[in-house]
Design a protein around this ligand. Structure first.
Ligand SMILES: Nc1nc2c(ncn2[C@@H]2O[C@H](COP(=O)(O)OP(=O)(O)OP(=O)(O)O)[C@@H](O)[C@H]2O)c(=O)[nH]1
Ligand SMILES: [Mg+2]
Length: 205
């Protein structure tokens, strides 16, 4: 279990598979650099970022999924830790940002869909709903995607949201974190904060 969380009431948490760009997005949101890298599994412990006078923390959770050099047992442990973390702080997490790689997410979901298998991104999306944590799917690396609308409609379909994606701007946010293009995410997060009467946190998004 991760024990490093600062004692803050409100939280926004970034979750998602390894190498999708969570730490890159974290850098864009906070202006502070975190380890990012070409190989999956860079972040092994949560990165928390808080502002001294504010009762608010942004958390970048470790990635889950295939990571070269990381043993299967350890991978399962990380996944279990993430699930426990989300359960424990569900009441504090005002918005969860599920980050996916727009270039590969459909292929990965389809490859892992079967009678006995639920793909991680789909499972996590539904798990967050069960916890009643408002969730935005940040579809990252859109600089690598040509057929934007088609891709985002497919993603809606896989997540059980009726396309077209434009109906779901509070839930589906295409971004290119690496270039700082995250306006759609900021808007979606603000919508959810507003619904919870937390306009005071708009300055962070
Ligand atoms: N093309 C492109 N690459 C990106 C973008 N955002 C991040 N990357 C790259 O994706 C790689 C992984 O980024 P990280 O931010 O380390 O990913 P992470 O999700 O934190 O990975 P873990 O810590 O392993 O879970 C890095 O090489 C980034 O430069 C983007 O918007 N477009
Ligand atoms: Mg990371």
């Amino acid at each position: 279990m991760f024990e490093t969380r600062p004692d803050r009431e409100a939280e926004v948490a970034l979750v998602g598979r390894s190498n999708v760009g969570k730490s890159t997005l974290m850098r864009e949101l906070t202006g502070h650099s975190f380890d990012t890298g070409g190989s999956p599994g860079v972040t092994r412990e949560p990165n928390h970022y808080d502002w001294a006078p504010e009762d608010f923390v942004i958390t970048d959770l470790p990635g889950f999924g295939f990571m070269s050099g990381v043993h299967e047992d350890h991978r399962e442990q990380i996944k279990t830790d993430i699930v426990h973390y989300l359960e424990e702080y569900a009441d504090n997490i005002l918005v969860a940002v599920l980050v996916v790689d727009g270039k590969s997410v459909i292929d990965i979901i389809d490859r892992h869909s079967g009678p006995d298998e639920i793909p991680y991104d789909v499972e996590m999306f539904h798990f967050l709903r069960e916890l009643d944590v408002p969730t935005v799917v940040a579809v990252n690396k859109m600089d690598k995607v040509d057929d934007t609308d088609e891709r985002l409609n497919e993603l809606c379909d896989r997540l059980g949201l009726l396309p077209p994606w434009k109906q779901w701007q509070e839930t589906i946010a295409p971004i290119t974190a690496k270039r700082g293009q995250i306006d759609s995410l900021n808007e979606a997060v603000r919508e959810h904060l507003h619904e919870q009467n937390r306009d005071d946190l708009f300055k962070f998004f």
